[in-house]
Design a protein around this ligand. Structure first.
Ligand code: PNS
Length: 166
């Protein structure tokens, strides 16, 4: 049996991410969502907040855990790892192809690309954050609990407080 691993920042987890996760679980029977923790990167949600939201939203057979460092090192902890990536457009393909090739060289791990479903191809975490920061309604782009969480975070912050470092 393959250990399907879907890595990303998920800051925040969107309906596009959920769609890829559910489809990957449908193909592989199980899925680990690997939340990348990048100490140098500014994020809206802490790794724990992201894990809690993803584990609350996703059904059995999908489990979210955090990882630090190289994805190639993280996947070595699995017996038969395969990396899953969602591809929305040619920019994603251009960005993800060299990463897939590097991970194949580093850890011998294959990457499977799943095309985004047509209705989710425009959704990006960065745009969701921008819309929420400016007071817009993000409920068409993220699960309800994520919309509530990020809206409450921006409501409770001063305009100058910005996002936080991990
Ligand atoms: O959602 P994102 O921001 O596109 O996710 C990026 C992520 C976390 C999958 C990527 O940055 C990653 O794999 N980070 C781990 C560090 C690493 O392995 N870098 C080399 C990639 S070849």
């Amino acid at each position: 049996m393959v250990d399907a691993i879907y890595p990303g920042s998920f800051d925040p987890f969107t309906l596009g991410h959920l769609d890829i996760a559910l489809r990957a679980r449908g193909i592989f029977g199980n899925l680990t969502i690997a939340v990348g923790v990048n100490g140098g990167k500014t994020s809206l949600l802490t790794p724990n907040e992201r894990l809690e939201l993803i584990n609350e939203i996703t059904p059995p057979g999908i489990n979210a855990i955090a990882f630090e460092g190289l994805l190639a090192d993280f996947v070595r902890g699995f017996e038969h790892p395969v990396i899953i990536k969602g591809i929305r457009n040619t920019a994603d393909l251009d960005g993800e192809t060299p990463m897939a090739q590097m991970n194949k060289t580093l850890a011998g791990v294959e990457t499977v690309f799943l095309p985004a479903s047509a209705e989710y191809g425009h959704i990006a975490s960065s745009l969701v954050k921008q819309i929420a920061r400016l007071g817009g309604d993000v409920s068409a782009f993220v699960p309800l609990s994520v919309a509530e969480k990020i809206t409450s975070l921006f409501d409770s912050r001063t305009p100058a407080s910005g996002e936080k470092n991990e």
